[in-house]
Design a protein around this ligand. Structure first.
Ligand SMILES: Cc1ncc(COP(=O)(O)O)c(C=O)c1O
Length: 477
């Protein structure tokens, strides 16, 4: 078969060649399952299309392109999002049953890895920004002192950028970790776009993290589920990562998804500069418009500047966290007003709403957002509110997550469960950050926070689906 360097193009050529598919998938490239889907491009590992888990051809080329573009030693396509990559990366870097250091605000996939690998985590809690109630950057000194306190830690896991766009000083944190020979894994699910323009910086690969996981689908033009794992340095064996990627991902990766990653990488390679020049310019124009907001405030945009947030190392200008604190609106009310005006935001918090932009936005789409925000701003009023909701202190831990999952559990109404050991996680989704995890004590402070969250109209989730009424707790302490 002729070599084409673009996977989607090769798939289209293959379809046109008219081979009789006496192999999977069972749809046989017919449209019986619905005219809307691109069945003709959906194949399995047939001759000429390489094999993700033993890549030697077009998939290997694409992954090498990813490593080149981002500057890593080796990159892997992920077809189960950053979630699958995080499981594999943690399994590759942290020995079973070992101790790790992780940001408390990590995504639930990190907690899932802690559970599966029977890890014992020590939590890092960054400062909370006093004006927007979002987690600030992780101070390198906090990582340094935690490592000094727990010298047997085998891995450090952080999120940068956060969902709201806050970036940590990964170069300094990596240096701290490397001085002790500990690998640093950065969950960069929200930061795959930080590498193509000076207006977007702070990428963890460039900063020297050992493992970096990026959801290509979150901030770049690529299909949902697509992501990348990068590995570099001497502390993590790429073959171990490859092994665990095969453990945690399907043995039948979708060529549509992989074709989408490949196309996205090629787009970045050939048109990245133009795309991101336009994007940066459009965001600057949006900022000028947002300077006129009188009540709502947008984190590090408009009248608010990153320099006002002394606990931020850097910020991703692609994220717009619209704070409602100090106005007569809650986050859910602002979301409702945006929806009524045809805008669906990314996430609703009790005191704010996250709107995410990408290089696929245009001057027009961002102007539409600005116009709606200014219109809604006119409708609301500044009021004295109770202030930023405090973050509850970390609860005491009675068991590891893995141990707690084995305990017989009962369900109780949440207020009656205070003081009991949790047998499940409670979290707000998005962003999917747990408020309490199995093995921890459900404290009065956490219950108060849960009540504030639900009262504000933001949805609370639990593994059992019983929240917000009931929770699963261990039968005995
Ligand atoms: C910080 C963070 N990490 C990881 C993930 C998981 O990413 P994916 O949806 O690509 O599996 C998410 C998803 O929301 C996230 O917010």
């Amino acid at each position: 078969m002729a070599m084409y360097d673009d996977l989607l193009e090769r798939l289209a050529r293959y379809d046109a060649a008219g081979f009789l598919p006496m192999h999977m998938p069972g749809h046989k490239r017919t449209a019986l399952g619905g005219e809307e889907l691109p069945w003709q491009l959906d194949i399995t590992e047939i001759d000429g299309f390489d094999n993700l888990h033993e890549a030697e051809g077009i998939l290997k080329d694409g992954m090498e392109l990813a490593a080149r573009l981002y500057g890593s030693a080796r990159a892997f396509y992920l077809v189960n999002g950053s979630s699958g990559g995080i499981l594999a990366a943690m399994a590759a870097a942290a020995p079973f049953g070992s101790r790790i250091l992780m940001a408390r605000g990590c995504h639930k996939s990190v907690y899932h890895a802690v559970e599966l690998l029977h890890l014992e985590p020590f939590y890092l809690t960054p400062p909370v920004d006093p004006s927007f109630a979002v987690a600030a950057s992780m101070p390198p000194e906090a990582v340094e002192s935690a490592l000094a306190q727990h010298p047997d830690v085998r891995l450090v896991v952080l999120t940068s950028p956060t969902y709201e766009g806050v970036i940590s000083d990964i170069a300094a944190i990596a240096a701290v970790c490397h001085r002790r020979g500990v690998p640093l894994l950065v969950d960069e699910a929200h930061g795959a776009h930080l590498y193509f323009h000076p207006a977007f910086s702070g990428g963890a690969v460039t900063a020297g993290a050992d493992l970096v996981i990026q959801s290509v689908h979150k901030t770049l033009p690529s299909l949902t589920q697509t992501a990348l794992a990068h590995v570099q340095g001497e502390l993590v064996d790429p073959q171990r990562l490859a092994h665990f990627l095969a453990v945690f991902q399907t043995s039948s990766p979708s060529y549509l998804l992989m074709g989408s990653i490949h196309r996205c990488l090629k787009l970045l390679e050939h048109q990245g500069q133009t795309l991101f020049d336009d994007y940066a310019r459009n965001l600057q124009q949006l900022d000028r418009r947002l300077e006129s907001l009188r009540h709502l405030r947008v984190l590090c945009h408009g009248a608010d500047h990153c320099s006002r947030h002394s606990d931020f190392f850097a910020f991703d200008p692609g994220k717009l966290f619209i704070g409602t604190h100090g106005t007569d609106l809650t986050g859910p009310q602002l979301t409702a007003l945006l929806r009524q005006r045809g805008i669906e935001p990314e996430m609703t918090a009790p005191q704010g709403v996250l709107a995410m932009t990408s290089c696929c936005d245009t001057a027009e789409t961002l102007e539409r957002l600005a116009a709606v925000l200014l219109e809604v701003d006119d409708l609301c009023h500044s009021v004295d509110t109770l202030g930023i909701l405090p973050t509850p202190p970390l609860p005491p831990v009675r068991h590891t997550i893995a141990q707690a999952r084995q305990l017989p559990a009962v369900s109780l109404p949440i207020p009656e469960a205070v003081g009991r050991t949790m047998a499940e996680s409670l979290w707000i989704y998005p962003p999917g950050i747990p408020l309490v995890v199995p093995g921890e004590v459900l404290t009065g402070d956490i219950v108060q926070r849960l009540q504030q969250v639900t009262a504000s109209g933001v949805q609370l989730h639990s593994d059992s689906g019983l929240a917000p009424q009931q929770v699963l707790v261990a039968e005995t302490q």
